[in-house]
Write a protein that binds this ligand. Structure first.
Ligand SMILES: [Zn+2]
Ligand SMILES: [Zn+2]
Ligand SMILES: [Zn+2]
Length: 69
C-alpha cells in the first residue's frame, strides 16, 4: 500500500516584517528601503538611517529623510 496522506506544498504566506524606523510593515521586496543605511548629509539625527526613515528635525536638510509635511 502506498500512503495517500501526501501533503501538498503550501504557498508560504508573504512574511510581513515590521520596520523599527518607520513603523510600517513591509514585504521582503522592500527590505532594502527599510534596512539599508543611507549615508546622507550633515544631519546627525538621520545619518545612517534607511530611506524610509523620516527625520524629526525641523531643520534637517537631507533630501532622503527630511520631513515632508
Ligand atoms: Zn521602514
Ligand atoms: Zn538623512
Ligand atoms: Zn535629518
Amino acid at each position: 500500500m502506498i500512503p495517500m496522506n501526501q501533503s501538498l506544498p503550501q504557498d508560504a504566506d508573504v512574511e510581513r516584517l515590521s520596520c523599527p524606523f518607520c513603523g510600517d510593515s513591509y514585504e521582503p521586496d522592500d527590505l532594502g528601503r527599510h534596512s539599508e543605511p543611507v549615508h546622507c548629509g550633515p544631519c546627525i539625527q538621520c545619518v545612517g538611517k534607511p530611506a524610509c526613515f523620516t527625520c524629526g528635525l525641523m531643520y534637517c536638510r537631507c533630501d532622503v529623510h527630511k520631513f515632508r509635511g
